[in-house]
Design a binder for this molecule. Structure first.
Ligand code: ATP
Ligand code: MG
Length: 659
């Protein structure tokens, strides 16, 4: 980006928090004042929400930036904080997990039962020779054992690395190798789209291709046939037979908790390392603050997979540290039909729902009549994460899911940040559709220009973090150099207000509106330069989605002889829209004009393609770099994290026949 991003769209709708929620909110506006007055004291107060075996001597050691140490000298056990202490407090019979299998089977796991299972798994891992500091791979479907496995690792100080259960042999093998893992925890398979989908064969091949794995623990989920090697052990013959008590030892606040590879939206995934005390402090606090969780009455549901950071921070560590009752769902949103999510909300009386824009836009495409059939009156807070949420998708979520009653929290964060960084607070913030609003208390975000100078309200540029935060990544596993280069070199040390200021650059563009609210504008690598104007993909996509015929859109800049780059849009129409022949041609012209009218003629797409699907990562994010390859008629870059490779063939063939 040579200059700052231009600010094309404007949004005037605003929704204050519901009065009752505001009056009873866990966190009020005072939190911003406290954190503003003394950031480190604020985080120390939040750390006190946890049980520490030994208190820290220093909140933050930033003497060797950008390598941070939080809660130096402190010791705690994460599993104790997520499980044991709730049982000790008399909440052992409380439901921790309402698990819903895709075929319709279900299980209820109380905090006492969770404690037993985690203790058994910890004993089994110890029997298998796993000691603190060893790495354990987890490659499981969305079953309670996934949470149990993670907590068991944390309990004995083993560093887990969860790999999404849909990833290929290649993806699993490279991660096993990179982490030099000793054990893999997997299952025979899981249910997806109405049928069992095998996991074990992928593990067998990945283990054969790598050197480090000594044991494979296998959960029986589907009952399908599996090949067996001498490294394999059934979970039900080991864990479920193991001793049911386990004494949790405390670990240093900076003990490595997990390595998680990023989604791979922009290229080869990076092994992000998170540690113990700061990570749990911030995931626990943000879950309490952003979702206003009342552990006695709320039923919380995060629809993410455990293989993504959202599953780590907001299915396992945040909610369980807060003693939440939550729903965990194994399968896809359209099995057996497109009402499945709403049926689950209704069945368990879910009160807090946390999902992704990709799902909201898919539901928009499927039609308003589907959620309308269900009782969604239990919902009181809705969350969004993963991509910028287009204002129209936000409005749809508010209207058709929240029934105009519930606040929406659009939460910006990354695998690297470990926990939510920018988000409204549901009892405090008057939200604007499509805006993540402001940094949370204790977080120092900013939008800056090329020279690391803050842009004024109304301006756009690079989203950065100016101060370290408790759940920040500590490094890229085994590659400090890449860590420095990837996140800390854009503005360099000393490029801020003093020589000790280190600025973390997240890779995303953002703008501040006239009120100072933050709008995420997508990756800066995706920003388009059209006739000398820097235009964000997000704004053009949101303009397209604001047309009633459009459910989803992805926009890229393709080389153009006259304008430098020209805007090419790939657009998914809503379910009931006619797209064949002349109707399709007319719609395309209408959409080009609609964008021009909404954002100005500079943003008018040169070309619009109507498509049925978009290329997405396994975590549901649009992979614009592949669409850019198509638009510029190049061969495709790395497709290993792509959800469905046939999508690209369809889009490419459509592109070749388009005028
Ligand atoms: P990779 O780094 O390998 O390309 P990734 O960035 O998609 O993958 P994640 O850490 O899962 O991996 O995603 C973080 C990114 O997701 C953010 O940098 C941002 O681009 C996007 N994102 C997440 N939440 C939001 C949000 N609420 N609004 C806008 N963008 C968001
Ligand atoms: Mg990223």
């Amino acid at each position: 980006m040579s200059e700052t991003l231009e600010n094309l769209s404007s949004e005037t709708r605003q929704f204050p928090p519901p009065a009752e929620l505001a009056a009873n909110a866990n966190v009020t506006a005072e939190a911003y004042e406290q954190a503003g007055a003394d950031r480190l004291a604020f985080w120390a107060t939040q750390a006190e929400r946890l049980v520490w075996a030994k208190k820290w001597d220093q909140v933050l050691d930033w003497s060797n930036p950008p390598f941070a140490k939080w809660f130096v000298g402190g010791e705690l056990n994460i599993a104790y904080n997520c499980v044991d202490r709730h049982v000790e407090a008399g909440n052992g019979d409380k439901v921790a997990i309402h698990w819903e299998g895709e075929p319709g089977d279900s299980r209820t796991v109380t905090y006492s039962e969770l404690l037993t299972s985690v203790s058994q798994a910890a004993n089994t891992l110890t029997d298998l020779g796993v000691v603190a500091g060893d790495r354990v791979m987890i490659y499981l479907p969305m079953i309670p054992e996934a949470a149990v496995a993670m907590l068991a690792c944390a309990r004995i100080g083993a560093t887990h690395s969860v790999v999404f259960g849909g990833f290929s042999v290649d993806a699993l093998a490279t991660r096993i190798q990179d982490a030099a893992a000793k054990v893999v925890i997997t299952a025979d398979g899981g249910y997806r789209r109405g049928k069992p989908s095998a996991l074990k064969p992928t593990v067998d091949e990945a283990v054969a291709r790598t050197e480090s794995i000594e044991h494979v623990l296998v959960v029986r989920r589907t009952g399908q046939d599996v090949a067996w090697t001498e490294k394999d052990k059934w979970w039900h013959e080991t864990v479920e037979q193991a001793g049911t008590t386990h004494d949790a030892q405390p670990f240093d606040a900076e003990h490595p908790l997990f390595i998680l590879y990023t989604s791979g939206t922009t290229g080869k995934p990076k092994g992000i390392l998170h540690t113990t005390g700061g990570y749990l402090t911030q995931t626990s606090y943000t879950h309490h603050a952003v979702f206003d969780l009342k552990p006695e009455t709320d039923v919380y549901w995060c629809t993410a997979d455990i293989g993504w950071v959202t599953g780590h921070s907001y299915i396992v560590y945040g909610p369980l540290s807060n003693g939440a009752t939550q729903v965990m769902y194994e399968g896809t949103p359209d099995t057996p039909d497109r009402g499945r999510f709403w049926q689950i909300v209704d069945k368990y009386k879910v009160s807090i729902l946390y999902t992704a824009p990709t799902l909201i836009r898919t539901m928009m495409k499927w039609g308003d009549d589907i959620p309308a059939k269900y009782d969604l009156s239990s919902l009181r807070v809705l969350g969004s994460v993963g991509e910028p949420i287009n204002p129209e998708a936000w409005m749809w979520y508010r209207e058709h899911v929240g029934r105009e009653r519930t606040p929406i929290v659009d939460t910006w964060w990354q695998t690297e940040t470990g926990a939510i960084m920018i988000s409204p607070l549901p009892g405090v913030t008057a939200t604007k559709p499509g805006s993540a609003m402001t940094a949370l208390p204790g977080i120092s975000s900013d939008v800056v220009d090329d020279q690391a100078q803050s842009v004024p309200d109304g301006g756009g540029g690079f989203l950065v973090l100016r101060e370290p935060w408790p759940s920040m990544l500590r490094t890229i596993w085994g590659d400090d150099k890449r860590f420095l280069e990837t996140y800390w070199s854009r503005f360099g040390a000393g490029s801020g207000s003093s020589s000790t200021e280190w600025i973390y650059f997240a890779g995303d563009g953002a703008k501040k509106d006239e009120d100072g609210a933050l709008w995420l504008l997508g990756r800066v690598d995706d920003v388009m330069l059209v006739s000398g104007h820097n235009i964000s993909t997000t704004e053009v996509e949101s303009a397209l989605v604001s047309h009633p015929s459009v459910a989803e859109a992805a926009v890229v800049g393709a080389t153009d002889p006259t304008t430098g780059q020209a805007i090419v849009a790939f657009t998914i129409p809503r379910g009931n829209v006619e797209t064949e022949g002349e109707a399709g041609e007319a719609l395309i012209q209408e959409l080009r004009n609609h964008v021009s009218k909404t954002l100005g003629p500079i943003a008018k797409p040169r070309q619009i393609m109507l498509v049925a699907e978009l290329p997405k990562t396994r975590s549901g994010k649009i992979m614009r770099r592949l669409l850019r390859d198509v638009a510029e008629k190049r061969s495709l870059g790395d497709v290993t994290t792509l959800q469905d490779s046939t999508v690209m063939d369809l889009i490419s063939s459509g592109m070749n026949t388009a005028k």
